[in-house]
Write a protein that binds this ligand. Structure first.
Ligand code: DC
Length: 335
C-alpha cells in the first residue's frame, strides 16, 4: 500500500467550488498515479477552518469515489497558513512510487513536487495535435494553447478587411490596427479579435488556407510568437503548432511531432468538416492539406520541421486514446 499526498485551494467558500476542486484533485491523483478506482482503500481530507460550506469527503462522494472509505476533518487555525486549502491523503494498493499532486495556490507549498514543465506538440494539418494536446492538458491539469488558432484569427481579421493574405505589407498594416488576444474560460481557450470571440468562425476551410498564407510573413510570426511566449511564461503548459519545439519554446522539456499520411489526415479533416456542415469532397480536402503542407514546410520563417529532440509519433491507424496514452506514458515518471 502507498500513501499519495495532495492539496488544492479554492477562491471562494462555496459548495460548487469545493466540489470542482476536490474532483479535479482526485482525478489528477488517479491519472498521474495510473490508479484504478478499486485500488483506493481510503481518502482522508483536512481543510482550513475558513471552508464551511461543505465537507471535501462529500464532494469526493459526488465525484464518484463511492467504494472507498472517506473522511474529512478541520485543521487547527494557524496564523499565516495558506487560506481556503484542502489537503488529502489517498491510501492505495499500488506498487509504483506515489506521485503527489499540488494544484492552484497549494502548488507553492511543495515547489519541489510541482516543477514547471512545457510540452511542445508540432505536426502538419490534421495530424491530431489539437485534439491530443487538449486531452493531455486536461489530464495533467496544465494550460493548453492552440497556436494555430492565433494565426487563424490573424487570417480572419485580414479576410474581413478584404486584404490579400499573401501581401505581407498589407497584412502587417491591417493587423497593426487590430488586437489578437487569447482568454480562458473554465480552461477552454477563447481566441479573440478586437475583444470578439472568434473561436468558431476561424475553423472554416477558407480561414485554414488564409492562415497558412498569413503565417508565412515574418512580422506576423514575430508578433504571435511573442504573445505565445508571454502566455506560456511561468507555468506548465502544452502548446501545439508548427514551430513550438523549434522556435517558440526551444527549451521545452518534452517535444512531440505528430504525423500521419496525407490521406489519413484528409479523412479526419473531412469527418470534422462534415460534422460542422462544410460541404467538401475527399479530393478537395486532400488538395487543401497538400497545399498547406507545402506552404507550411517551405516558408522562409520558422517552417514546419521536426525538432531534432522531438519524439515522432506516426498516428496512422492509432485511436485518439492510443496517442494520448502513448504521450502520457512518455511523460510518466519524468514529470
Ligand atoms: O494548426 P492549424 O491548422 O490550426 O494552423 C493554421 C495555420 O497556421 C497552418 O496552416 C500553419 C499556421 N501555423 C503556424 O505557422 N505556426 C504555428 N505554430 C501554428 C500554425
Amino acid at each position: 500500500m502507498k500513501a499519495i499526498r495532495g492539496a488544492t485551494t479554492v477562491e471562494n467558500d462555496t459548495e460548487k467550488e469545493i466540489d470542482s476542486a476536490v474532483k479535479q484533485l482526485l482525478y489528477n491523483i488517479e491519472n498521474v498515479n495510473k490508479l484504478n478506482r478499486e485500488d483506493i482503500i481510503c481518502i482522508l481530507f483536512s481543510n482550513t477552518t475558513d471552508l464551511k460550506s461543505c465537507y471535501p469527503a462529500k464532494a469526493a462522494r459526488k465525484a464518484g469515489f463511492i467504494s472507498c472509505a472517506l473522511y474529512s476533518s478541520a485543521e487547527p487555525e494557524i496564523s499565516g497558513a495558506l487560506p481556503k486549502c484542502i489537503r488529502v491523503m489517498v491510501l492505495a494498493d499500488i506498487k509504483s512510487a506515489p506521485r503527489h499532486v499540488y494544484l492552484n495556490e497549494a502548488a507553492n507549498l511543495r515547489k519541489d513536487l510541482t516543477k514547471k514543465f512545457n510540452i511542445a506538440v508540432d505536426g502538419p494539418a490534421g495530424s491530431g495535435k489539437s485534439t491530443i494536446s487538449k486531452i493531455v492538458s486536461e489530464k495533467l491539469n496544465i494550460l493548453y494553447l492552440d497556436t494555430g488558432a492565433m494565426y487563424r484569427a490573424c487570417a480572419l481579421a485580414c479576410l474581413k478587411k478584404g486584404i490579400d493574405c499573401a501581401d505581407g505589407a498589407a497584412v502587417k498594416t491591417a493587423l497593426e490596427k487590430c488586437k489578437i488576444t487569447v482568454e480562458y474560460e473554465n480552461g477552454a481557450q477563447k481566441t479573440m479579435v478586437d475583444g470578439k470571440d472568434v473561436s468558431d468562425e476561424i475553423r472554416t476551410p477558407e480561414v485554414s488556407m488564409a492562415a497558412s498564407a498569413v503565417s508565412s510573413h515574418e512580422w506576423v510570426r514575430k508578433t504571435m510568437v511573442e504573445l505565445q511566449r508571454k502566455i506560456a511564461a511561468g507555468r506548465s503548459c502544452i502548446l501545439d503548432g508548427r514551430d513550438v519545439g523549434t522556435n517558440v519554446l526551444p527549451d521545452a522539456e518534452y517535444k512531440f511531432f505528430l504525423t500521419a499520411s496525407p490521406e489519413e489526415r484528409s479523412r479526419r479533416r473531412l469527418k470534422e468538416n462534415e460534422a460542422k456542415g462544410y460541404a467538401q469532397t475527399f479530393e478537395e480536402v486532400l488538395a487543401e492539406i497538400t497545399e498547406r503542407d507545402e506552404n507550411d514546410s517551405n516558408r522562409k520563417f520558422a517552417p514546419l520541421i521536426k525538432a531534432a529532440d522531438a519524439v515522432e509519433v506516426v498516428t496512422d491507424g492509432m485511436t485518439v486514446e492510443e496517442v494520448v496514452n502513448y504521450i502520457i506514458d512518455k511523460l510518466q515518471g519524468t514529470i
